[in-house]
Structures are given as C-alpha cells and as structure tokens.
Design a protein around this ligand. Sequence first.
Ligand code: DC
Length: 219
Amino acid sequence: MSALFVPLIIAIDGPAAAGKGTLARRLAQHFGLPHLDTGLLYRAVARRVIDAGHSPTDAEAAAMAARTLRAEDIRRGDLRGPPVDEAASLVASVPAVRAALLAFQRDFARAGGAVLDGRDIGTVIFPEATAKLFVTASVAERGRRRWAELRARGVAADRDAITAEVQARDAADGARAAAPMVPAEDAMVLDTTELDAEAAFARALELVGAKLAALGRAP
Ligand code: DC
C-alpha cells in the first residue's frame, strides 16, 4: 500500500428508519468496502444493561457494558425492537459509553476504508470522511417503515404509537449534549420520503460519485 493511500470512508448519518442501513449495505457492496452499522454497538450495550438487570438510565452500568463489549454481543438476534430501541437511545447519551466505542469504530475503517452508518459518523467519528450523506425522510414515512418492518417480523404494533416512538427517539438523539444527531456542515442531504430503496441508492451513488469526482478520486 502506498504511503499516500487514503482509505475511502463513507459516512451515513440520519434519524431512525430513514433507510440508512439498506443504503449503507448497498454502497459498501458497490465500492467493495466493509460496512459497520454503528447503531448495533449502542443496541448491544443497551441489551447487556437490560440483561444484567440494570436500568438503561444507569450511566455507570452502561459505561461498564460498553467498556467490556465483545464482538459476539453485536451479532445477537435480539437487538431490534422494543425495549432495546429506547434503551439504546438512552445509553447513547452517556459520554463514557460513546468514548468507549470510539476506537472500535475508527479502527474498523482506518486500514482499508469502510461505509459506516449512525448519527455522529460525519461529525465525530470521521470528520475527515471522503463523502458524507445525511439520510432523512418525513416522520410519518419513517414511522410507517418501522411499523412495516415490525409487522414483517411478526410483531403486532400500532402505527401511530410506533411513529410517536420514532419521533421521540429522534428528539432525544438530536437534543443530547454528547455527539447529537446533526448533519455535518459538509454532508449531502438525501431525503428518501418519496424514494424506494432502488431510487435512494441511485441518488446516493450520484452524490458520492460527484464528491469523488470533485476530489479527483476514481470511484
Ligand atoms: O440506528 P439505530 O436505530 O440502530 O440506533 C440505535 C440508537 O443508537 C439510536 O437511538 C441512537 C444511537 N446511535 C448513536 O447515538 N450514534 C450512532 N453512531 C449510532 C446510533
């Protein structure tokens, strides 16, 4: 590898159920990069706190769970849906939890590049990312998507209640003091309200491609 090699890092941030995960996976496949869903780290911390019988508002317990997180914790099958959704947002507001998860996220991408999706990738984890997308959609559409996702997994849920939960989680993630969810100044905003997964991917490729061209990098 040349000393001048700068790995391709694509940062994808945005609120819950905006389509970040699907988009990140497809971009990673397209560019031949590994993908890290950083929300899984916070979800795994929340799961460990709950399993140990602590409250997700217990900052000490959350910090300890984050410091001792193992790779297999993020491969568990029970990290999505309530009560982990809300608990993940709560543990994510603890600065010591975020600090404990920082090195893992940076190491994941440093050597060979990566696509990472989360809330603070372009602002905190990789402010120097090659391309940054802030993926969003209307709250009604995101609520509908989360509700449909739950239904597909056989979880009965009330659509209005799910939409309200998504909205409350975004408000908490955006208002917290530690690494709040905000678009990086140089992020390209992609609103997927009217786009299906295919159209969102096509638009993301255009945006990332234009950024690479502006930097004089081959796609
Ligand atoms: O993307 P997700 O819904 O799986 O994320 C779960 C929670 O983790 C979400 O409420 C906010 C938090 N999170 C975060 O604070 N920073 C990240 N980089 C990723 C997720």
